[in-house]
Design a protein around this ligand. Structure first.
Ligand code: SAM
Length: 165
């Protein structure tokens, strides 16, 4: 399902016209050497191609504390993806997997993530390795890699009450 908009053997899609009201804002664009999904890596690698993340002017001050060499989690919107597919046949061999059991780009909300290494920053542009998306893919967010953070001690059961969400 990843390279065409066609439904393959055994696949299924939903007829759906629900609201799209998450209110996301694109904070930049990603420049990569890939112009066709068939050429993109399936998943990014830290020794992969150098790519450019161009952050829109409004958000440039938010880049201040990013250090060269940092591992970052990049969230992006796979803007050319179908969003109606329930069962997919990634190998086009008739066997199917349900969308929430795979990392296919075709999903109801085509949010993707990759861990990248920041090679260097030039003002609004981050040069990174580790991406797997098309040239022009919208940028949603940049976060430090979660392994940089130690979880807080878990709360005791007595701290919860029935009805806490
Ligand atoms: N690393 C991310 C993840 O796991 O969340 C994305 C994995 S997804 C398998 C990567 C594939 O998405 C690429 O190989 C390409 O086929 C497809 N893709 C990349 N950029 C896209 C875009 N802007 N719109 C639609 N499909 C895209």
């Amino acid at each position: 399902m990843t390279n065409t908009d066609e439904i393959r053997r055994g696949e299924s899609a939903v007829t759906w016209s629900g609201a799209t009201d998450a209110g996301l804002v694109y904070v930049g664009r990603i420049g990569t050497p890939w112009f066709d999904t068939r050429d993109c890596p399936r998943h990014g690698r830290l020794d992969g191609q150098l790519c450019r993340i161009e952050v829109f002017d409004t958000w440039v001050p938010a880049l201040r504390d990013l250090a060269d060499g940092a591992l970052l989690e990049i969230l992006y919107w796979l803007h050319r993806s179908r969003r109606d597919v329930l069962l997919q046949s990634p190998r086009d061999d008739g066997t199917t997997r349900s969308v929430f059991s795979i990392r296919s780009p075709l999903r109801p909300n085509p949010i993707a993530t990759s861990i990248v290494r920041l090679e260097k920053r030039e003002d609004a542009v981050l040069f990174v390795r580790g991406l797997d998306c098309l040239d022009g893919t919208p940028l949603l967010d940049i976060k430090p890699d979660r392994t940089d953070f130690v979880p807080l001690a878990p709360p005791k059961a007595a701290d919860f009450q029935v009805g806490d969400a």
